[in-house]
Design a protein around this ligand. Sequence first.
Ligand SMILES: C[S@@+](CC[C@H](N)C(=O)[O-])C[C@H]1O[C@@H](n2cnc3c(N)ncnc32)[C@H](O)[C@@H]1O
Length: 170
Amino acid sequence: MEITMTDDPFGVREGEVAVELPKDFDAGVYFIGRIRTPWVRRDQCPKNARESDDVCTIEIDARYVAALQSVETCSHLLVLYWMDKARRDLVLQAPRHTSAQRGTFALRSPVRPNPIAASVVRLIKVEGTRLSVVGLDCLDGTPLLDIKPYFASTDAVPDATVGWRADDKR
Ligand SMILES: C[S@@+](CC[C@H](N)C(=O)[O-])C[C@H]1O[C@@H](n2cnc3c(N)ncnc32)[C@H](O)[C@@H]1O
């Protein structure tokens, strides 16, 4: 394991640890569309899905249009997307807003072995292959992996906690 300091905004910060990634992939994914947002630089993006009320557009490839049947009946959707600009080799990270070092799997950082992001969005409208939604936090052009209905009855866990938030200075 090696720590490298760099000026690259996607580089390694002090206290972060990178590992060598495997040579082979175990699976492939299909990008099923792209997400259109107002943000072209990472520092413009909301830090999480509740930080902005901006309307974003999910553009699905035309071949999947039939898969949108009944989606318009959903008030909220779970959107999975691929953080294509994120490095994938960090196991320990030092988020900017805190001095603490944390494990990748304890963070919602886009930097992870498989840079899959998840957000619950509010659906505003569906027009053909375009979905207007509120609640995304990604760069314009981010690849789309999947869309699922959000079921408050089974997905919401109102008393869930993340212990390290108590130490977070932000
Ligand atoms: C903290 S992540 C949270 C993503 C998602 N809501 C989740 O919880 O999995 C959001 C941040 O990822 C970064 N980001 C957005 N789009 C990206 C992309 N395509 N590639 C790499 N990083 C991206 C931005 O800095 C943004 O503020």
